[in-house]
Design a protein around this ligand. Structure first.
Ligand SMILES: NC(=O)c1ccc[n+]([C@@H]2O[C@H](COP(=O)([O-])OP(=O)(O)OC[C@H]3O[C@@H](n4cnc5c(N)ncnc54)[C@H](O)[C@@H]3O)[C@@H](O)[C@H]2O)c1
Length: 244
């Protein structure tokens, strides 16, 4: 018998990699699209709704713990439960370390890392109640190898990897898996960079192309499927072979 499915929350789910993950997971789960861009999230929810998917949009800033906790309650109320969380919302504020403003360090840490803490903390409770669940954190290869002008971003993504492994250890007994993916260079609004910077990245990718949001979404979907039931605490690079 098919198991009853409860909600998958995708943060930053309105566009880019988050949108692709939302579309992929929507084939398996009801989806709760969280974004600061409510318009974009609502459009996607309406489109998926027209395809017969249970989808709803929320305006949530992941950096605001009280807003996150309230949104988790609403998701549980609306869908009857919550079993998947994708911590995807993220930003960059690039600058050479020597010129990096403390405010830009704090903002990136607050959204990328504290945001993942906030959402995981609020979502863990309903997952523990269900006695099953999946958390997938969207980290980055930059969190593994560092990057010029991205000390704040790299630190936030390395932090997400430590968070993932700790969550995996603590939540395993409740049948909840926690994994991270580390995308390389994926073509989205975040990577609309000067031509020479893009070329520099492409030269480092053995598979010879930028990744697509769907390349990431398919792996994330698998990490929320029975095929990966015995995998937790791992970081999977999705980078065309850039880091190996
Ligand atoms: N694009 C890449 O090459 C790449 C590589 C590695 C990792 N990543 C990571 O993948 C994730 C998605 O990146 P993307 O390229 O799709 O970016 P994007 O900028 O296209 O999309 C990010 C989404 O997050 C939302 N968002 C931003 N701040 C938010 C907040 N405080 N609360 C809720 N939502 C918020 C935005 O409105 C947007 O919809 C990020 O965590 C990013 O660090 C991207």
């Amino acid at each position: 018998m098919e198991q009853q499915r409860y909600a998958a929350v995708i943060t930053g789910g309105a566009r880019g990699i988050g949108e692709a993950i939302t579309r992929e997971l929507a084939r398996r789960y009801p989806v709760a699209i969280w974004d600061i861009d409510l318009d974009g999230a609502e459009k996607l929810a309406a489109e998926l709704g027209d395809q017969g998917v249970q989808a709803r949009a929320w305006k949530v800033d992941v950096a605001d713990y009280d807003a996150v906790a309230a949104a988790v309650d609403e998701v549980v109320e609306h869908f009857g439960g919550l079993e998947v969380l994708i911590n995807n919302a993220g930003i960059t504020r690039d600058a050479l370390f020597i010129r990096m403003k403390p405010a830009d360090w704090e903002l990136v840490l607050k959204i990328n890392l504290t945001g993942a803490f906030n959402c995981s903390k609020a979502a863990a409770r309903p997952m523990m109640k269900l006695r099953r669940g999946h958390i997938v954190n969207i980290a980055s290869v930059v969190g593994l190898m560092g990057n010029v002008s991205q000390a704040n971003y790299a630190a936030s993504k390395a932090g997400m990897i430590g968070l993932t492994k700790s969550l995996a250890r603590e939540l395993a007994r409740r049948n909840i898996t926690a994994n991270a993916v580390a995308p390389g260079f994926i073509a989205t609004a975040m990577t609309e960079l000067p031509e020479e910077v893009v070329q520099g990245w492409l030269e480092r990718i053995p598979l010879g192309r930028a990744g697509t949001p769907e390349d990431v979404a398919r792996v994330v979907d698998w990490l929320c499927s029975p095929g990966s039931a015995y995998i937790t605490g791992q970081v999977i690079n999705i980078d065309g072979g850039m880091v190996m």
